[in-house]
Design a protein around this ligand. Structure first.
Ligand SMILES: NC(=O)C1=CN([C@@H]2O[C@H](COP(=O)(O)OP(=O)(O)OC[C@H]3O[C@@H](n4cnc5c(N)ncnc54)[C@H](O)[C@@H]3O)[C@@H](O)[C@H]2O)C=CC1
Ligand SMILES: NCC(=O)COP(=O)(O)O
Length: 328
């Protein structure tokens, strides 16, 4: 069976729509269903001088690989015409409607995975809507209390205990429960989706030098080490907590299958330095498959045709592979 992948282009003023148009120029072993405003996609195709044939998505037809230059579309309407690079709060609800529609198509089984283009979190907030990211939005839409953000490249996987919260809120968010749940989800997904029966997870400390024996912070002693020890007794292979400044060296990375960072900017800059534009973002712990790009809306490039499609393509291939794997 050909997998069906729902694709949300994300922020209409960003590079997402044109990356989807670029993706559509190639043949993929999947049916791509754009959850978007067709006029927006046509405009971006015209701006890039690329062919694009859009056909309405019909769930009653058997899925078939999209022909190069064509896409199925699950129609959503922009509130206001989108100008590349110009954010418009009027379209914030459109962005979320696309996400809801794609998520629901995956939950119902009409689609086998979703691939998301980048959204501009600030413009959604400026429209008065509480929103901190796809990760949190999808957890709520799917009715799960905890998910894990993991970015992956060909060289490393980096998962996070906390995601889009202020740095000042991180220490209190790292509790025995949140760390335990994160590690359980990470271990389970590495086993089921990535074929690693006994994954080795390297856990970072929170403080400089992993707390320097309690002299530079006590979270390692009070929370992280007891939690890791309890999970080791249950059979998990956990390394650490290691000082974050030297953990991302070949000696350590070669001995683990994934790194668990305590917060967003502890882990992601390293991965993005190594692979920006080729990495992907995967939400673990959802009842559906969701992959995404490793970059943002790149408003400075929108409409120029200069945005690199590499991460979007890698994220599509991961979604296809995970969809095929989950149906075997
Ligand atoms: N998955 C998602 O929805 C994500 C959304 N964002 C959002 O994107 C917005 C902008 O974030 P920034 O920090 O400015 O990061 P950004 O990734 O949009 O831009 C950073 C730099 O990378 C370049 N860049 C980004 N994507 C590129 C591509 N495909 N090809 C070539 N160059 C590319 C940009 O031109 C810019 O110079 C924020 O609202 C942020 O929350 C950020 C990351 C992921
Ligand atoms: N830096 C990755 C990122 O912020 C992506 O967040 P999300 O929108 O996928 O939750």
């Amino acid at each position: 069976m050909t997998p069906r992948i729902a694709v949300t282009p994300g922020e209409p003023a960003g590079v997402g729509p044109e990356l989807l148009v670029q993706l559509a120029q190639q043949q993929h072993p999947a049916e791509l269903v754009a959850v978007a405003d067709p006029q927006l996609l046509q405009q971006r195709a015209t701006a890039l001088n690329l062919p694009l044939i859009l056909e309405p998505f019909d769930v009653s037809l058997p899925p078939s690989p999209s022909a190069p230059g064509s896409l199925k579309v699950l129609h959503q309407k922009l509130a206001s015409p989108a100008q590349p690079g110009k954010l418009d709060t009027a379209n914030a609800h459109y962005v979320l409607d696309c996400l809801r529609s794609a998520t629901d198509a995956c939950l119902s089984g009409d689609c086998n995975a979703m691939l998301t283009g980048p959204v501009q979190k600030s413009v959604i907030n400026d429209a008065g809507i509480p929103f901190s990211g796809h990760t949190e939005f999808l957890a709520e839409r799917c009715g799960v209390d905890k998910v894990v953000m993991m970015l992956a490249s060909d060289k490393m996987r980096v998962a996070l205990v906390t995601t889009h919260i202020p740095l000042s809120a991180v220490p209190t968010a790292i509790t025995h429960t949140s760390l335990n749940r994160t590690l359980q989800i990470l271990q389970g997904e590495l086993q089921q989706r990535f074929g690693l029966p006994q994954p080795r997870i390297m856990v970072l400390g929170l403080n400089p030098h992993a707390g320097e024996g309690g002299h530079m912070g006590r979270e390692e002693i009070d929370v992280i080490i007891p939690c890791l020890n309890a999970l080791r007794e249950q059979g998990m292979t956990l390394i650490g907590p290691l000082p974050a400044d030297t953990a991302f060296t070949p000696r350590h990375l070669d001995q683990c299958d994934a790194v668990l960072a305590m917060y967003h900017d502890q882990g992601l800059p390293v991965l993005k330095y190594q692979s920006f534009g080729q990495g992907i973002n995967i939400t673990l712990g959802l009842p559906i498959i969701r992959t995404s790009v490793d970059h943002g809306t790149a408003l400075d490039l929108a409409g120029s045709g200069r945005a690199d499609v590499g991460s979007m393509l890698t994220a599509l291939n991961a979604a296809i592979s995970m969809a095929n794997h989950s149906r075997n």
